[in-house]
Design a protein around this ligand. Structure first.
Ligand SMILES: Cc1ncc(COP(=O)(O)O)c(C=O)c1O
Length: 440
């Protein structure tokens, strides 16, 4: 009987004992093709020698020196690399140990910024429905995912949430993408006006929605309009790139593809690639300046921020990205998308295949034409996960795609080292898995 309080206390899990490249192995020797990096974490696959060496070498030199007392070389190096990738000079990098901490930090930075500017009433954070920004209380408060909020609803902040930009379900037939994007963004304008701009601190959204909707990029122009509305009302714009960022969509920061510059960007997952728990907030210089001029410190922190080994792993990953891996993401993603369309677009229960770079989603429906979702009681996401594991495939199924409860999708986030043969193998295993869920 295990003493572990498992994620799902009613489930048992195989014991992972070893991993190499694209595969994880359990204690019975079973092999799993890792096509989602768990939850979009493994950008370099497993056991990458450069990262393993960097971690080992750093552990021998210096593991930890508290950041209230010291800085360290890997922290400085990684911050400089992340700031240099940002589109504005002199951005500052605040390290964390994961995505939830990054978003919590971004919220506190926003509140402290407005306090420093003499507007302490600007506290409301507007976000979007069906979103996930993390498991801590602040991050759950800004998350729109219905079932993830439900048990904690009484203790969460109930700030306004607008509809996501979700063309498959929300774009009208006679609308162009631009018209739809413009209409969807106006919800933010209305929400800010209703709350009073003098009370709104920030708007947060994922440039490409990950876990909750199954990889949904916005239509062109949507985020440009969002940026314009935020500027108009003096509201900060936070891009949550925890899942979609760090190169997964083909550029290190996803917002660059939307022609906008957020005021803060949260990242994690691919930043440490599963080798170390690390995240970060990239904040524009004006935010840091205001806080420094006002109180001389940011009243926030966690023990492990800027951890030397975690940052050393991050630096090694940045070097691998620059060595050609990041440049390969778009081409590999196009290849994967072509293959998935060829093999599954005609499947009667595949409603949509969508994505960007090596970030791909499939949405499942009971009827392709009407886009009707399966009844919740059929438990399609759970069946997809079990069937995937049985067929030696790690992918990331989810539910609530349509209205927070109904709907099912699957997320694929292959490591950037994936080659053609891995995509073929994925399609074969996916085929078997879909057959056992929908025809079995
Ligand atoms: C968009 C987004 N933000 C934040 C988080 C929370 O990150 P973490 O689980 O590292 O705390 C996640 C996790 O899946 C996420 O997908």
């Amino acid at each position: 009987m295990s003493s572990v309080f498992y994620r799902d206390p009613g489930s048992t899990y195989p014991t992972a004992t070893r991993a190499e490249g694209m595969y994880i192995y359990d204690d019975s020797g079973r092999e799993y093709l890792d096509m989602s990096g768990g939850a979009a974490v493994s950008c370099l696959g497993h056991g990458h020698p450069d990262v393993v060496r960097a971690v080992q070498e750093q552990a021998e030199k210096l593991s930890f020196a508290h950041t209230s007392f010291f800085t360290n070389e890997p922290q400085e190096d990684l911050a400089a690399r992340l700031a240099a990738r940002f589109s504005e000079k002199d951005a500052k990098v605040w390290f964390t140990s994961g995505g939830s901490e990054s978003n919590e930090s971004a919220l506190k930075l926003a509140w402290q910024y407005w306090r420093a500017k003499g507007q302490p009433d600007k506290t409301i954070i507007i976000s979007r429905q069906f979103s996930y920004h993390g498991g801590t209380l602040g991050a759950t408060s800004i998350s729109g995912s219905v079932f993830r909020r439900e048990p904690y609803e009484k203790v969460l902040h109930d700030w306004p949430r607008i509809a996501p930009c979700y063309p498959y379900r929300n774009k009208l037939e006679d609308e162009t993408d631009r018209e739809y994007g413009h209409r969807a963004a106006q919800e933010l304008d209305e929400a800010i006006r209703l709350a009073g701009p003098e009370n709104v601190a920030a708007f947060i959204a994922e440039p490409v929605v990950g876990a909750t909707l199954g990889v949904v990029p916005a239509v062109p122009g949507y985020f440009e309009e969002i940026r314009r509305i935020c500027d108009h009302h003096q509201v900060l714009f936070i891009a949550d790139e925890v899942m979609c960022g760090s190169g997964r969509c083909g550029t290190f920061y996803v917002h660059d593809q939307e022609n906008v510059r957020p005021d803060m960007v949260s990242i994690a997952k691919g930043l440490g690639g599963g080798y170390q728990p690390i995240g970060a907030v990239i904040a524009r210089n004006f935010i840091c300046d205001a806080i420094r001029d006002d109180t001389s410190a940011f009243a926030h922190g966690h023990t492990y921020i800027g951890h030397a080994i975690a940052c050393a792993a991050g630096v090694a990953i940045q070097k691998c990205l620059d060595d050609g891996l990041l440049a390969s993401v778009t081409g590999k993603g196009e290849h994967l998308m072509t293959l998935l369309n060829k093999r599954f677009a005609d499947h009667p229960h595949v409603g949509d295949i969508r994505g960007r770079g090596l970030f791909v989603g499939m949405e499942f429906v009971s009827d392709q034409k009407s886009k009707t979702a399966f009844p919740v009681e059929q438990g399609i996401p759970g069946k997809l996960k079990n069937a995937a594991m049985r067929n030696g495939l790690i992918c990331y199924p989810g539910g609530g795609t349509v209205d927070g409860r109904k709907g099912a999708h699957l997320l694929l986030a292959p490591p950037f080292i994936a080659e053609d043969q891995h995509f073929e193998e994925l399609a074969d295993r996916l085929d078997k898995m879909l057959h056992s869920v929908f025809s079995g």
